[in-house]
Design a protein around this ligand. Sequence first.
Ligand code: 3HC
Length: 327
Amino acid sequence: MTFIIIKLHLNNLIMEEGKQLESFEAKIAAGHKIEPKDWMPEAYRKQLIRMMSQHAHSEIVGMLPEGNWITRAPSLRRKAILLAKVQDEAGHGLYLYSAVETLGVDRTELLHQLHTGKAKYSSIFNYPTLTWADIGAIGWLVDGAAIMNQTALARGSYGPYSRAMVRICKEESFHNRQGYEIMMTLAKGTSEQKQMAQDALNRWWWPSIMMLGPSDDQSPNSDQLMRWKVKMESNDAIRERFIDRTIPQAEFIGLTIPDKDMKFDEKTGHYSHGKINWDEFFDVIKGNGPCNAKRLKDRNDADKNGRWVRDAAIAYAEKQLKEKQAS
Ligand code: 3HC
């Protein structure tokens, strides 16, 4: 008898879950946002935590390659702009950690995953910034690719993530413009400066198109993310839009895209490109990129050296709370 009651109860639960999934997907199909308190399938919550935490980690780690040039910027103006950009990235990271926490996870755990090498962050930040032109290339290409991706994510189904993207995209546009202006200035400068810009383009072009994720046939998460409108376009679709927009910009400042197979296809209206070295990509995200170890060490050092600030801030907040409760 008990077995039958349990079976009936289980069937009811499955039917109930089926109905909830149906109304969840109808809500997304109608273009409504899913908010933290709404019912959502566990797989949706897990995907969001994975993607949003990696995005937050990418913003924080992304400060390191650029931070390396704040003291070396060629003028006070460039230094002020770079300082503002790096501070923006810190804000994006904190913004995104807050958005992930709406899903019931704690940023302490997320940061522990980053500091122990368990969590991923964007492959692009595992490359070194060798000259000032790299700062231009990052703003122009990396923030340019990020804007392509993030303006699509701003239309996504999860409310806190899509709203975070609106503010972040506004700041990314400034990042992208200042990077392109650095490259334009160098390209119009002396022959050495133009060569420095071309060398940076040669180093950052392929890692920038890889950062938008593996090709669609190698992307295990895209289908589910696109079904539930977390991702609005596939990796390859965003990559194509980024390439189509960036090549004319390179030509305008007289730089050459380091891809001898790159050509404009009149029929499709898009650029076709050479083979992407996915072995390099997967090697970098496995931890074998040029700077993975340094990025992890720098992040752990920053966390350790900043602990006294966090402890003081928490102690002060606790003192404030005690005084408020006592009054
Ligand atoms: N770097 C590191 N790992 C990557 C990656 C990259 N560029 N692209 C994909 N991967 C990983 C994925 O995390 C996944 O591994 P996992 O299942 O263990 O998490 C695996 O490779 C397969 O990739 P998928 O295509 O299936 O993964 P996604 O569907 O998540 O797509 C993505 C990858 C396009 C990066 C997507 O996660 C995304 O859009 N994320 C949000 C945006 C983001 O994170 N941007 C990073 C840059 S932030 C930045 O540029 C800051 C700016 O200020 C400069």
